[in-house]
Design a protein around this ligand. Sequence first.
Ligand SMILES: [Zn+2]
Length: 306
Amino acid sequence: MNHTARVGCWSAVRLVFLLALPMVCQAQKLAITFDDLPLNGTLPGVTRVDITKGLLAVLKKHHAPPAYGFINAKKLEGSPDGAEALRLWAAAQPVGNHTYSHLDLHQNTPEAFERDLEQNEPALELLSPAGDWHWLRYPYLREGETIEKRHAVRDYLKAHGYKIAQVTVDWEDYMWNGAYARCVAKNDTKSIAWLRSSYLRTASEFIDLDRELAKTVYGHDINHVLLLHLGAFSSTIIPDTLDLLKKKGFKLVTLEEAESDPAYESDPDIGSQEGGTLLDLLMEAKKLKWPVFAEKPYEQVRSICQ
Ligand SMILES: [Zn+2]
């Protein structure tokens, strides 16, 4: 809950208290989701199974509701470790489709994209025969650089019973996975401490920015969906990330509950060269003015521990 909302809420509580009527302040809802299973980035001397077990333990400890993991089954080829990691994930959490080979729709035809999506389905069916895995998370958040491609894939998804796993909060957390693996290999504790602080600072700034974008687009805040990636850094930083979300006033919910907000019926309906979150695309479609925001520390994260 942001400052304005909190002030509004407490003012309302005071008023209602005076009127001696019951009142409940609603926490803002957010679903956490993980992409690129069984692994995003590189391994710092641990296995995919270790990373998955670590993250599952954190989610359990924090009593987090079911969190979707979006898989690329191509990563299982020749990787028993990856297969076991996914099996563990699917036994505890839902899975969704992120295409077989993490295919970039902007570099491929809609037909190639649809084939790649279908190629991922046997693994999803095997992992989660009773689960609702008909959720697509577009790789790179690219839904088509032309309106024709966007429509072609959307039509396919609708005809095949797929829902789109939208994203409204994103701070490109994946950047820290590779950097963390490098710093662990060098046993560089000072750099690892910087990775933690820069990650949490960036997360905080982009949570605030994405809430502001929601208000710019809709005129009010909405249920949010957070994009995270399952990588080496995840299980070590997620406890702090979950604390941060709590401090910001979020209540964790499932993806289904988050997307039950009517805001998710909005369709930007544009071809977009860059792609992006639902809010990015709506800002682009409506030609709205972006608020000022701090850039992410791309260069420092890329160069650290090299
Ligand atoms: Zn991805």
